[in-house]
Design a protein around this ligand. Structure first.
Ligand code: FNR
Length: 187
């Protein structure tokens, strides 16, 4: 594996007590050697996408910051809940903004997905929609192992630490596989 693999983590939940945010915090201890993580800048400060705004004043600074963070990472992991069977609106809005940039930041970028939900399907329907979106954006979307944390309230303890061993192993396997995937994409 390459010495250093820089991962940008984009969390689709904005709430403090988020299970998805808790999962992002577990990544460093489950990662292969050399993989480091940076959290993406806040995306909830962007206005709703409107081509008139883009034409009048360009891209919002938060969209430029997010795009720069994506470009400088070796790979991106999106960790997100599912809202109404699909991608949360704020996250979709942020991706819509950066997708209109000339140097579209997801092009040729390795991307992996993770999701937590309190329901039995763990956000898998949202992941399916994200796969379509990232295919359109010409990202290199990582296949398996998938990280789909169903019934998240049973997988984290009262301090929001990921304690479920099976889930921890899936995350470990995905991160190890993603590191190899990034290496192959870069070669
Ligand atoms: C949800 N939730 C949800 N869960 C699910 O499995 N499928 C779904 O389609 C939805 N839809 C949905 C819509 C909206 C607007 C909200 C607020 C919630 C429940 C969701 O899984 C639960 O709230 C998670 O805890 C959200 O993730 P965080 O915030 O804990 O990371």
């Amino acid at each position: 594996m390459a010495d250093q693999v820089k991962i940008l983590v984009i969390c689709g939940s904005l709430r403090k007590g988020s299970y998805n945010a808790a999962l992002t915090r577990a990544l460093p201890e489950l990662a292969p050697p050399g993989m480091t993580f940076t959290m993406a800048p806040a995306h909830d400060v962007m206005p709703m996408y409107n081509a008139d705004i883009q034409e009048a004043s360009g891209f919002p600074p938060a969209a430029e910051e997010l795009a720069a963070a994506i470009r400088s990472a070796d790979g991106v992991i999106v960790v997100s809940p599912e809202y109404n069977w699909t991608i949360p609106g704020a996250l979709k809005n942020a991706i819509d903004w950066v997708s209109r940039m000339k140097d579209q930041p997801f092009k040729d970028k390795p991307v992996a997905l993770q999701s937590c939900s309190q329901g039995p399907l763990g956000g898998s329907r949202m992941q399916y929609h994200m796969r379509m979106m990232f295919t359109y954006l010409n990202a290199f979307i990582f296949g398996t192992p998938e990280v789909i944390v169903a019934s998240a309230q049973t997988k984290f303890d009262k301090d929001m630490k990921l304690v479920d061993e099976t889930t921890r192993n899936f995350v470990k396997q995905q991160l190890a596989g993603f590191a190899k995937f990034i290496e192959r994409v870069k070669a």
